[in-house]
Ligand binder design. Structure first.
Ligand code: SF4
Length: 249
């Protein structure tokens, strides 16, 4: 298992429709070693719909950081009801969260990039790491168009940070295709999308953006664009990195 194997799969799967990518992932990895990580973004809702519509039985999990907007919790429940599925909800470990808040306060993320990354690592990356340790591949809703940090996103990547395959069935989808799919299939979506939030994370770290603005510009808006990742996703390692590519800290 390596970036070479991911590169080979990328060549074979990159032109497939997202539903076919999901089916192939099930056949290759099996549902005991594959899971979909949803944060209830628009792309995630497209993927949940595809999984349910095609009866793929891929386990779905999400990370409740403890700082999500109410609208995201509402969507979690609406999605469970709509599809009649159960989803695994992961929480951060109590002790590191308590320690972080005691040392740096509740809103440390506004102080510096380092403290923001500490919060993301404690609340998001560590629970994810725990879950991924039992998998061979995970599925995400990343798209190339989403951000300057995601232009190299492949349909299949080797995830260097966590040591497993990462499958991005919607890598080539446009924003219009995502929202067109949601409308066409009557898929439940986050109410914040209708209030100017194209990308939604934790409540204190997400704000609405002007129409036409970079869709991730409302995430950690006080930081430079190349820092705006939480550590869940690192650049594609199937290809050689350029010296200017951002790396996970
Ligand atoms: Fe913490 Fe903000 Fe990262 Fe959420 S997005 S884990 S609140 S820094």
């Amino acid at each position: 298992m390596s970036s070479a194997a991911a590169g080979k799969l990328q060549q074979e799967w990159s032109k497939l429709q997202p539903e076919e990518v999901l089916s192939r992932a099930v056949r290759k990895f099996g549902i005991s070693h594959l899971a979909f990580a949803s944060s209830f973004g628009a792309e995630d809702q497209v993927i949940i719909d595809m999984i349910c519509r095609h009866g793929l039985d891929i386990p779905v999990f999400t990370i409740d950081t403890g700082r999500l907007p109410q609208e995201t919790y509402d969507l979690l429940d609406a999605t469970r009801m709509h599809y009649g599925i159960s989803m695994e909800v992961l929480f951060p470990e109590r002790a590191p969260v308590e320690d972080m808040l005691q040392r740096f306060g509740a809103n440390l993320f506004y102080d510096s990039v380092e403290k923001r990354r500490m919060c993301c690592r404690t609340r998001k990356v560590q629970p994810l790491e725990r879950r991924l340790s039992s998998l061979d591949a995970w599925i995400c809703g990343l798209r190339r168009e989403q951000s300057v940090t995601r232009t190299g996103t492949g349909v299949v990547e080797w995830d260097e940070a966590f040591g497993l395959f990462k499958i991005n069935p919607l890598a080539a989808f446009t924003e219009a295709e995502v929202f067109g799919y949601l409308l066409r299939h009557n898929v439940p979506s986050n109410a914040l999308h209708r209030k100017g939030y194209p990308s939604i994370g934790c409540a204190p770290c997400t704000r609405a953006v002007e129409p036409g603005a970079d869709i991730r510009s409302g995430r950690w808006w006080w930081e430079e664009a190349e820092h705006r990742e939480c550590g869940l996703h690192v650049p594609n390692t199937n290809e050689k990195k350029s010296e200017h590519e951002p790396s996970r800290q």
